[in-house]
Design a binder for this molecule. Structure first.
Ligand code: FAD
Length: 467
């Protein structure tokens, strides 16, 4: 196949999502001029794990140091991107982050990370200060809105040089920058929705994709950055398992918001996390209101359905094998099903986050709740590789629920892969590794994920089996 040159046609599928938009940005900044980006939704993508809501927004994502793995190795570069890159810096709010726990085993692992940080600063990827909080009063000193009676036994770290990013704003900013730079064709809606790849019958090489409405997009390199949808579009042989987590929005008055403005991100791995209030415009009413976004922590929910993802033929076989349906966990977009909320049991956990972390609002109803999708590998590393049986088709997925932080830099890794610059060691770690998905949730620890299909309370009006 042809060597990559600056005018090689490159197609990014899922280009308005986190990894896809970052890939487009990095390729464009490296001088590539023949880029096409397609997505079911326009910027900022309503299908992204980053938003999930058509008219509303995912307000914030934690931006902080990633512990371990390739994301950890890239932590310093990541934080530099948030602090210095003009595309990202105005969407980053460095309010600090508390990472807390109450179970002894979880406290022990936070403490060993703290000790590692303190004792080996020269080879630690995170040069920023880190403080150990060993008592409720230490914690309240950093997060004064917490109440001592709710956090007995909690310990953990405080990282002043971390915080959150305005998630949709940051992705939108990438879209604006791509428009400004030019050289990137963008197609959204059904002509931008991947249906299956186009395969050259002589070479078995991927030469583009066919969209939902039949539009053919030709390219010499196709990057699948379709997030949690990827395993239902291309058979990943179980390497990624898509799961959803749940989110709620709490509305505050001006006076209440003034009291909570500027609080650090508070994350407890046994409870959940929340952010300071944001003043958000509701496009459906044209009015603005103060919203606190919060999430609980749990093993996530799968949604297994029989589907037929693309499965390439064995080498020498020119046509994709029409596969029998296989059971894959398939996301369901809140943008397509805006009346979906969260399972009843999840709602109880979200209430607990409020009781523990915002006791003043224990009785207040949420104004919104929804599911948000990610796709997990068993080792929580990305799956960034060329498909071994379908040359020209590149996978850029396996976000493992932590990849929004990487927005400023993750596309550089995908660009390295396309350019053949990724180190063999990193290619091995991020490469095709079948049979190592995360059905039992080993990647994150904890019990196996329950299936949404077994749980009541989240599908309102629509058939819960509809994709
Ligand atoms: P996405 O950003 O979801 O992008 C996928 C794109 O593919 C979308 O634009 C979608 O529209 C498009 N697409 C899908 N199907 C098709 C198709 N058939 N054709 C064309 N386009 C298609 N990470 C953090 O770093 N910090 C956090 O605080 C954090 N909090 C989170 C909280 C929750 C509740 C959840 C669910 C996730 C959180 N994450 C967080 C994880 C983060 O959101 C994801 O890791 C990241 O957004 C995934 O990026 P992605 O590019 O793989 O997928």
């Amino acid at each position: 196949f042809t060597k990559l040159t600056l005018d090689t046609p490159i197609l990014i599928v899922g280009g308005a999502g986190t990894i896809g938009s970052s890939t487009a940005l990095h390729l464009r900044r490296r001088g590539y001029t023949n880029l096409k980006l397609i997505d079911s939704y326009p910027f900022p993508s309503g299908g992204s794990g980053n938003s999930q809501s058509a008219g509303g927004s995912d307000l914030n994502k934690i931006v902080g140091y990633a512990d371990g793995g390739v994301r950890g190795e890239l932590a310093e570069e990541t934080m530099r991107g948030w602090r210095e890159d003009p595309v990202f810096r105005e969407h980053y709010y460095e309010v600090g982050e508390l990472a807390l726990a109450s179970l002894p085993s979880n406290i022990a692992s936070l403490h060993s990370e703290y000790i590692h940080h303190k004792t080996s600063p020269s080879n630690h990827p995170d040069p920023d200060p880190l403080e150990w909080l060993s008592t409720p009063s230490d914690i309240i000193h950093r997060a004064p809105h917490l109440k001592a009676e709710s956090i007995q036994g909690w310990q953990g770290t405080y990282r002043p040089r971390a915080g959150w990013a305005g998630a949709m704003d940051a992705i939108d900013s990438v879209g604006e920058e791509l428009k400004r730079l030019g050289g990137v064709e963008m197609i959204f809606g059904s002509s931008g929705t991947f249906s299956r790849p186009l395969i050259d019958p002589l070479t078995s090489r991927c030469i583009g994709v066919i969209a939902k409405d039949g539009t053919r997009h030709f390219a010499e390199r196709v990057v699948m950055a379709t997030g949690a949808w990827t395993p239902s579009l291309v058979d990943l042989e179980g390497q990624c398992v898509s799961k959803c987590w749940i989110v709620a929005h709490l509305e505050l008055t001006d006076e209440e918001a003034a009291r909570y403005k500027g609080i650090p991100v508070v994350y407890n791995e046994e409870v959940g996390f929340l952010f300071e209030p944001r003043y958000v415009r509701d496009p459906s009413t044209g009015t603005s209101r103060w919203i606190i976004k919060l999430c609980d922590e749990f093993p996530g929910y799968t949604r297994y359905l029989p589907v037929r993802p693309f499965r390439p033929g064995k080498s020498g076989n020119s046509k994709p094998i029409p596969s029998e349906p296989i059971n894959v966990s398939v996301p369901r977009s809140h943008s397509d099903h805006p009346t979906d909320t969260v399972p009843d049991e999840g709602m109880m956990r979200l209430r607990r986050v409020v009781e523990v972390m915002l006791p003043e609002f224990a009785e207040r109803e949420f104004v919104k709740s929804y599911c948000c999708w990610c796709t997990d590998t068993d080792d929580a590393e990305w799956l960034f590789c060329e498909h071994p049986s379908c040359p020209g088709l590149f996978l850029a997925t396996g976000d493992s629920g932590h990849s929004f932080t990487s927005l400023p830099i993750v596309g550089g890794q995908v660009a390295d892969l396309l350019e053949g610059k990724m180190s063999p060691e990193r290619m091995e770690r991020l490469g095709w590794r079948p049979g190592r998905g995360d059905p039992d949730h080993t990647g994150r620890g904890g019990p196996p994920a329950k299936d949404l299909g077994d749980l009541p309370g989240w599908a309102h009006g629509d058939d819960p089996k509809e994709v």
